[in-house]
Design a protein. Structure first.
Ligand code: SAM
Ligand code: SF4
Length: 367
């Protein structure tokens, strides 16, 4: 079955378009959506819980959590991942919530990492628990780690995350290189008057720990109920600040979407992800699977496809494939572009929307 994409059984849907996998290799194909965007990147949220409370993601005191009995076990995740791989997914990112809170995450990594067709297995983490897990994750076959870190100042970290754990995070980052990880990235959400004065400090820190720093525009997604356009620091502004300090930046052609990458005069490469002011919907090949098996085709999408139910009801592999195929081939979402067109733009969601459907939360959807 691998490498073969059967015709869509959904006679009302568009014909199934297929695209070769990016990196060549065996002749496996990705199905494409209505805008020819392949099904390639899957973000797999393994828990909706988190040990930090970042102000742009989890600003509330109380949350509606996913029912525990709905959370997919590792066998169920592995089985769904097989179906995605058969239809073209080749890049998988474990996320959350905080993925390192999921007990025995390294066992899931060991189940996923040898799967044929999987070209990249990565993790996005806040790194609070990374020091103690880095080696077992590497040994289990994890490829790369991205750490989210918004500030290097202890007082600011505590204010931003409502937890006093900066030292643990830094220890976690320090554990990556000895464990054998390469290609580490540090992702920083930049918010005006919060941490926009730390771009240079973070770049210098990235050089010291050999990690590529990527600055992310503040997005109006999930729990960002305090979002406003005034608080967004645009890619243009960030690049001006960086160039003012280091000198002229050179664009690096082989950028790994969604980041635009630039080389500083000393050779250091940094990235900027301008999801808010210059969305990359046109080339978005990402989708997201929540810890309870809801599949979302757009970060802004309100309706997810429940894959847990058919899986637990005993659907065959072909039936699950058919659900994935007919959903993806009909995908026409361009959520960030749609938001950009809205004239009077405030926060996308209010706390009551998030309480009514926690799947709208970034910490449920995986960022
Ligand atoms: N807890 C892990 C972490 O923070 O790395 C993984 C989950 S977190 C939801 C994934 C990413 O989403 C993080 O890099 C976080 O900074 C980002 N994120 C959350 N809310 C955001 C927002 N409003 N704007 C931009 N990025 C956001
Ligand atoms: Fe912060 Fe990630 Fe937790 Fe959200 S899920 S509160 S971004 S650490």
């Amino acid at each position: 079955m691998r490498g073969h994409v059967p015709d869509s059984p959904d006679s009302h849907g568009p014909p199934t378009k297929i695209a070769p996998r990016k990196s060549g290799g065996p002749p496996q194909m990705s199905i494409c959506d209505r805008f020819d965007r392949p099904l390639r990147n899957l973000r797999l949220s393994v828990t909706d819980r988190c040990n930090l409370r970042c102000s742009y993601c989890m600003p509330e005191e109380n949350y509606t959590w996913l029912p525990r009995e709905d959370i997919l076990d590792f066998e169920e995740i592995s089985s769904l991942v097989d179906r995605f791989l058969e239809l073209g997914v080749s890049r998988l990112r474990l996320t959350g919530g905080e993925p390192l809170l999921r007990k025995n995450l390294h066992r899931l990594v060991a189940m996923l990492s040898p799967k044929p067709g999987l070209e990249d297995l990565a993790l996005t983490t806040n790194a609070v628990l990374l020091a103690e897990q880095a080696q077992e994750l590497k040994d289990a076959g994890l490829g790369r780690v991205t750490v989210s870190l918004d500030t290097l100042r202890r007082d600011r970290f505590e204010k931003l995350t409502r937890r006093p754990d900066l030292d643990q995070v830094l220890r976690g980052i320090d554990a990556l290189e000895p464990a054998g990880f390469e290609g580490t990235k540090i992702d920083t959400v930049v918010i005006r008057n919060v941490n926009d004065d730390e771009l240079i400090d973070l770049i210098e820190y990235g050089k010291r720990v050999q990690a590529e720093v990527r600055f992310i525009e503040y997005m109006d997604v999930g729990g960002a109920t305090d979002w406003s356009f005034e608080r967004v620091v645009s890619r243009r502004e960030m690049l001006d600040t960086i160039a003012e300090h280091y000198g002229e930046l050179q664009s690096v052609e082989s950028g790994s979407a969604p980041a635009d990458r630039y080389r500083l005069p000393d050779g250091t490469v940094i990235g900027v992800i301008s999801s808010t002011t210059e969305p990359f919907c046109g080339s978005c090949d990402r989708s997201r699977l929540t810890a309870d098996g809801r599949w979302y085709q757009c970060l802004y999408g309100r309706e997810g496809v429940n894959l847990c139910k058919p899986l637990r009801d005993g659907a065959s592999n072909e039936e699950l494939q058919s659900i994935l195929r007919s959903t993806w081939t009909q995908r026409d979402a361009r959520g960030a572009e749609d938001r950009l067109r809205q004239a009077a733009r405030g926060a996308y969601l209010m706390p009551e929307d998030l309480r009514a459907d926690p799947h709208m939360e970034m910490h449920t959807r995986g960022g």
